[in-house]
Design a protein around this ligand. Structure first.
Ligand SMILES: *[C@@H]1O[C@H](CO)[C@@H](O)[C@H](O)[C@H]1NC(C)=O
Ligand SMILES: *[C@@H]1O[C@H](CO)[C@@H](O)[C@H](O)[C@H]1NC(C)=O
Length: 248
């Protein structure tokens, strides 16, 4: 299929190559002409599509979204594995260093492109209350600021929403995550009260095995007087493997 489409593309290019306006950008560059927008890519949409998707018209039959289920693997700043997120009775937080039966299992749905912000929902949580995972207060994260925002179980909130007040002390955001379908990394994108997306780093405080979010890890650490309270950046990955001892 690919070879066929490619030869069609080459034939098309050859048949019209006498007209300067239809030169490929590589050819235009070789002749010192300015590059054109990628017309050929749009004229031949099948060229970049996979064999299974070829033939489907994306405007009438969109590729369905995909649902993933698994555990969240926490990796340290150097790429080493710390463990899985903990399914605590008191809520979600920390890395489970104990029995894998206490790992948290989550589910989420993403478009095939992997683009867009998503909610992540806990499956059979050990805690009571809302079952999405996200941010739990409405502090403002910013470069140069030592502020932090909590991580825990939250209500479902709209995409791009600033924190939604919950009860007397909490303010939640759930749709803060992006999923990379190639690397399986889950990244957080917190929205400040002013509606602007903040640069968000997931921080780990080894002192009490706690996870939260900061906008500037250097500023956060510079503001700590007790060296025990220093944090390091961590990253989240979806782990599709099912632990045999829990046999779900
Ligand atoms: C921040 O969250 C607290 C606790 O829910 C709430 O009382 C307060 O109104 C929130 N502030 C804003 C500006 O939303
Ligand atoms: C961890 O320690 C910090 C002190 O730096 C404290 O503010 C926080 O509430 C503690 N978190 C947990 C989960 O114990």
């Amino acid at each position: 299929m690919r070879v066929f489409v490619l030869s069609c593309a080459i034939a098309l290019i050859l048949s019209v190559s006498s007209a300067v306006a239809t030169l490929t950008n590589a050819q235009r560059l070789a002749r010192g002409l300015p590059v054109l927008p990628p017309k050929f890519g749009r004229a031949l949409p099948g060229y970049v599509r996979t064999p299974t998707a070829a033939g489907a018209n994306p405007s009438t039959s969109p590729v369905p979204p995909k649902t993933y289920t698994g555990r969240i693997l926490v990796k340290s700043y150097d790429g080493g594995t710390l463990g899985h997120l903990y399914n605590w009775a008191s809520g979600i937080n920390g890395v489970n260093f104990g029995d894998s039966s206490e790992d948290l299992y989550v589910t989420f749905t993403v478009t095939r492109s992997g683009k867009g912000l998503i909610d992540i929902q806990a499956i059979d949580p050990a805690f009571t209350g809302p079952s999405y995972i996200g941010t739990t207060n409405n502090a403002t994260l910013a470069t140069g600021s030592p502020t932090a925002v909590g991580f825990g179980n939250v209500i479902r909130t709209p995409v791009h929403s600033p924190p939604v007040p919950v009860g007397q002390y909490n303010a939640d955001e759930s749709a803060i995550w992006t999923f990379n379908p190639t690397t399986y990394e889950l990244k957080a994108h917190y929205v400040n009260i002013n509606g602007h997306k903040a640069k968000t780093t997931i921080a780990y405080k080894i002192y009490n095995n706690s996870i939260f979010f900061v906008g500037d890890i250097g500023a956060y650490n510079a503001a700590q007087v007790d060296p025990d309270y220093l944090v390091s950046p961590i990253t989240f990955y979806l782990d599709l493997t099912v632990d045999s001892s829990t046999a779900r």
